[in-house]
Write a protein that binds this ligand. Structure first.
Ligand code: NAD
Length: 507
């Protein structure tokens, strides 16, 4: 921010109104730590107000009882408007989360409109009412299965893909008629706040979508435990995911959790190295390694190890760090000083435990951005799967290379983790790779590719990487209640089984 420029302020959005609390979050650009915006910060009382607004909007029925066609048309109008305002939304994301303009345009914001369209299409085709097979026992009757919106849904989102990962929750929830309260991450609330305004301009009734930025342990915890909230969709760390489960259990609300990962890239001994070397780097280093499904453990067979590492280090050395708004920049900073310090501490642990940094291994300096949070693309060899850099999620541009002998050993190493979000298998033999994919415990196995997020396919984790799935043809199901409506067709009193209890005739 240059001297004399004013910093834009973003109020929270509750019930169709701008709301300020007196507390503000400072939004800083990770590439230089400059203050670029402020946002209103709310705690438990702001969440309570947002839940009340969501409930009032739900009860008035203008959205919850609208036709599916109407809801889909509003979601499509929002998607169109997002497309028109793509550059502005990209700027709101990268000024807060440090993504490069290439990746924010392609993925962070670029995915949002098509994903929203997809959810609108699902809502148009959704079976809100399904006749069940006619019952003949114990009485003749007809059941209809109804799928109804839950009421007020809570969404809690992380900073890495602030709008997209929020949208994976609020869009299916809205598509079936719920109201939503979204709590974005403290560092990155801007795009979601702007989205709320766009949505209202496009016809979403006030109060149906509310956005309350604020601290996780305060605002987030209140949302997760609020008795008026029927469901929580959460993306974030596994530790906070556990806490969300605990908080949600108090009022027995269902949760969908997308959590951490330590995903393996399993290279088989017949891999095409031209594809695999670049693919593995793309899988690990995209967005400075701050993607939940990043392939941060590279499993290399002994026969390929040295050649692969040599070629990969040469390729990774060409990754250009620089200004996030420059289309020539390959990699930006990490999101915050706290995150940078944690990554450096894990890099130090790798060295202490005996791994060798064959590339990088420390802070980077980027001219003109000396106060930014920069980490060198880092590759460790000589990693054992019991080292911290092989077990803990680093969330930085750090790749841990682990050697293996037999294919079975490679598969065992791939699965030797508490996580199971994603994985990749690299081989020139498709049927061999498909066989290996069957043995991998992860929600996504990408063969000869990485980061293949497709809204038409479910995404989520095995083991401690999560509960439930987002995206895919059943993406709306977590946001409805199922209700069986039984209609008696037997007619007479005699036909009913009440004699099981009432066996004595009236005297
Ligand atoms: P985080 O868990 O610290 O924060 C996520 C959200 O939870 C934020 O909005 C935060 O304010 C909130 N929060 C924090 N403490 C809370 C509490 N006690 N109660 C309620 N809410 C609370 O995670 P992060 O640092 O924002 O994101 C990084 C993590 O997210 C990584 O572990 C990454 O793997 C994971 N992630 C997972 C996916 C996925 O789809 N599986 C996608 C992106 C990120």
């Amino acid at each position: 921010m240059t001297a004399g420029t004013t910093v834009r302020h973003f109020p929270m959005r509750i019930g169709g109104h701008d709301v300020d609390t007196g507390e503000v979050l400072e939004i800083r650009d990770p590439q230089n730590d400059e203050l670029v915006a402020t946002a209103a910060s709310g705690g438990a009382s702001a969440i309570d107000a947002a839940v009340d607004a969501g409930r009032a909007a739900f009860d008035d029925g203008s959205w919850s009882r609208a036709t599916r066609e109407h809801r889909a048309s509003v979601l499509r109008a929002i998607a169109d408007r997002l497309g028109e305002r793509l550059d502005e939304m990209v700027e709101l994301e990268i000024m807060a989360n440090g993504a490069t303009v290439r990746q924010a345009t392609g993925f962070h914001v670029g995915y949002c409109a098509p994903h929203l369209e997809y959810f609108a299409g699902l809502a148009e085709r959704y079976e809100f009412e399904t006749p069940m097979p006619r019952a003949t026992f114990p009485v003749l009757g007809q059941s209809t299965l109804r799928k109804e919106p839950i009421g007020v849904v809570g969404a809690i989102a992380p900073w890495n893909f602030p709008l997209l990962l929020s949208l994976w929750k609020f869009a299916p929830a809205l598509a079936v008629g719920n109201s939503v309260v979204l709590k974005p991450d403290e560092k990155t609330p801007l795009s979601a706040l702007e989205f709320a305004r766009i949505a209202e301009e496009c016809g979403l009734p006030p109060g149906v979508f509310n956005v309350v930025p604020g601290p996780g342990p305060d605002a987030g915890a209140r949302l997760a435990s609020h008795p008026g909230v029927g469901k929580i969709g959460f993306t974030g760390s596994t530790d906070v995911g556990r806490e969300i489960m605990r908080l949600a259990s108090g009022t027995v609300k269902s949760v969908t959790l997308e959590l951490g990962g330590k995903s393996p890239a399993l290279v088989l001994d017949d891999a095409d190295l031209d594809v695999a070397v670049d693919g593995v780097l793309y899988g690990c280093m995209l967005y400075s390694g701050q993607v939940c499904e990043s392939m941060t453990r590279l499993l290399l067979p002994d026969s390929l190890h040295d050649e692969f590492v040599e070629r990969m280090v040469a390729r990774a050395s060409t990754i250009r760090l620089g200004d996030t708004r420059d289309w020539e920049t390959d990699m930006g900073p990490v999101v915050s000083r706290k995150q940078k310090d944690r990554i450096l501490e894990l890099i130090a642990s790798g060295k202490d435990e005996g791994a060798t940094a064959v590339l990088g291994g420390g802070e980077a300096r980027v001219e003109g951005h000396e106060n930014g949070h920069w980490i060198q693309p880092t590759i460790f060899t000589g990693v054992r799967n019991d080292m911290r850099i092989a077990r803990e999620e680093i969330f930085g541009p750090v790749l841990s290379v682990i050697r293996y002998g037999s294919e079975a050993e490679g598969i065992a190493l791939a699965n030797d983790t508490q996580y199971g979000l994603a994985s990749s298998v690299w081989s020139a033999d498709n049927s061999r790779a498909l066989d290996v994919a069957e043995k991998i415990q992860a929600g996504s196995v990408w063969i000869n590719d990485a980061h293949q997020i497709n809204c038409e396919v479910p995404f989520g984790g095995y083991k401690q990487s999560g509960v439930g799935r987002e995206l895919g043809p059943r993406a709306l199901d977590p946001y409805v209640e199922e209700k069986n409506v039984h209609l008696d067709l037997s007619g007479t009193r005699e036909a009913r089984p009440y004699d099981v209890l009432l066996s004595h005739a009236d005297d």
